[in-house]
Write a protein that binds this ligand. Structure first.
Ligand code: NAD
Length: 492
């Protein structure tokens, strides 16, 4: 395949029991380059029978994998980290072709994925639970974390290289078998990842890939052999997955959509805040669950700040993610582009003032790309649709607030709870924000609130359904269950 040397053929199939397989031949769809409109490959959708085969292989592999010394279980992850490092540019290029983000964004995303592989290599420490001597007269008690079987993850289109790695390394290092179902809109990155997994030395059946869409996910949700599901995607789907998986007796962690706020205090470094606000809202064309796309600005610096964000955003270059110098790539599909354009129209009708209008953008040489330039609204109010709903495009709304406290109220009034950022020069404001802020990821003077892999990825309200989150110790708890041993020797 031209430009996709790492992909196993023109049709992306499934990786089951250590082999690439066509499956039973269900539906499928084309994978399209969002910058050019060119068809890159086709993806085949797994049927319920294909899912069943993967689960059966996973269960068989699990029986011996969980008994392997933990030191052995992390060796393929060290290998995988090396392979990812060696081939990061090649994978990033595949990711850019099918997703549209820039090369720097793709490399950054993969770096975040690699971090998770590194953290999961610490599983011998992460799996340790507790031990108390003399817990009761003559009795010692020990908690042991044990793997449970086959877990699955269903992941979204916007971070096809990173999000599978929020789960996969932890699931397998803790002794489970794992099945990934990536987004059908950009499955080539996961297929490339699985070529590296094939080289990394996992026993057959421990890590598997099934491609597909709704029916494939339904088959996973209903399969008795799957212990738990990790989901990342939009809120309505996250809620459905949470309810259906729970009704079927599975563990489930379901991360949903978002609407994230920035608060700018009059004490902030306004140039820095403007630069970070624009990059947070526009990076990856705004297709990020951590995109801060409503900024609440203290009225004393409101006019000045609006001017600065417009200046910074006007300097952004829209184009193909493969072209050096591009800041904002295309949106994932023409349909999604239209959805975002509809939101821009809604904002205009609601009475917000569109002070930067990116709707007429054209990109030379890319007539068929799904491009939209940066759009900035001022005088947004908290009740407007554009202030409440996830837009998932390069659209920023600026809202005046009387002080940081009112900004916190607006932020906490959202039905979502993924992330928020405060720009301030005041320790007291930072402390108030940390104490009162409801979103699960909070940043002060740091732009986007993206936690490193050794912390869990927070999220609350309609941004998260479940209790244990992705990454780090939370996800290790999700993938294991603690047995408590109570031990007494009468002659001790
Ligand atoms: P999506 O919900 O459309 O799809 C996500 C996954 O679910 C895909 O694998 C898809 O095949 C599957 N799916 C879609 N509809 C389904 C259905 N009805 N039943 C079962 N499975 C279904 O999401 P998307 O458009 O791929 O991703 C964007 C969304 O993901 C945004 O809302 C974004 O905020 C969210 N997201 C959240 C986080 C987070 O950490 N909270 C991270 C990244 C993305």
């Amino acid at each position: 395949m031209t430009d996709h040397e790492t992909i196993a053929g023109d049709t992306v199939t499934h990786y089951v029991d250590g082999e690439w397989t066509d499956g039973a031949g269900g539906d499928g769809m084309d994978v399209v380059d969002p910058a050019t409109g060119e068809t890159l490959a086709a993806v085949e959708f797994a049927t319920a029978d294909d899912v069943d085969e993967a689960v059966r292989n996973g269960r068989e592999a699990f029986e011996s994998w969980r008994r392997r010394p933990i030191e052995d279980r992390i060796q393929p992850l060290f290998e995988l980290k090396g392979l990812l490092e060696d081939r990061i540019d090649e994978i990033a290029r595949t990711l850019v072709r099918e997703h549209g983000k820039t090369m720097d964004e793709a490399r950054g995303e993969l770096r975040r994925g690699i971090e998770n592989v590194e953290v999961a290599c610490g599983m011998p420490s992460l799996m340790q639970a507790g031990h108390v001597e003399h817990a009761a007269p003559g009795i010692d008690e020990t908690a042991v974390r044990k793997p449970l079987g086959v877990f699955a993850a269903v992941t979204p289109f916007n971070f096809p290289g990173m999000i599978p790695l929020w789960f996969l390394p932890y699931a397998v290092a803790s002794g489970n078998a794992f099945i990934l179902k990536p987004s059908e809109r950009d499955p080539l990155t996961a297929a490339t990842l699985f070529e590296l997994i094939d080289e990394a030395g996992f026993p057959d059946g421990v890590v598997q890939l099934v491609n597909g869409s709704v029916d494939t996910v339904d088959a996973m949700l209903d399969h008795d052999g799957i212990e738990g599901i990790s989901f990342v995607g939009s809120t309505p789907v996250a809620k459905t997955i949470y309810e259906r998986a729970a009704a079927n007796g599975k563990r489930v962690q379901a991360q949903g959509g978002a609407k994230n706020h920035v608060i700018v205090s009059e004490t902030a470094d306004l140039d820095f805040a403007a630069e970070k606000t624009v990059s947070s809202a526009m990076a990856c064309s705004g297709e990020r669950c951590l995109a801060n796309d409503v900024v609440c600005v203290e009225s004393s610096v409101y006019e000045e700040f609006v001017e600065r964000v417009v200046d910074v955003a006007s300097a952004q270059t829209v184009g193909s993610g493969l072209e050096p110098g591009t800041d904002i790539g295309p949106l994932i599909t023409g349909e999604h582009e239209q959805r975002v354009r509809n939101y821009v129209e809604t904002g205009v009708q609601e009475g917000a003032e569109l002070v930067l209008d990116g709707r007429d953008v054209t990109v030379d040489g890319y007539a068929d790309g799904n491009f939209l330039g940066p759009c900035i609204f001022r005088d947004v109010t908290a009740d407007m649709v554009i202030a409440r709903e996830e837009i998932f495009g390069p659209v920023l709304g600026v809202m005046p607030v009387s002080d940081v406290e009112e900004g916190i109220e607006v932020m906490n009034g959202s039905r979502f709870g993924n992330a928020a950022s405060l720009f301030t020069g005041s320790g007291a404001e930072a402390q108030q924000f940390r104490r009162e802020g409801e979103p699960g990821n909070l940043a002060v003077n740091a732009g986007t609130a993206a936690p490193m892999a050794f912390f869990h990825f927070g999220g609350r309200n309609d941004s998260f359904f479940g209790d244990l989150h992705a990454q780090a110790e939370d996800v290790v708890r999700f993938y294991t269950d603690e047995t408590v041993y109570i031990e007494r020797w009468p002659d001790a």
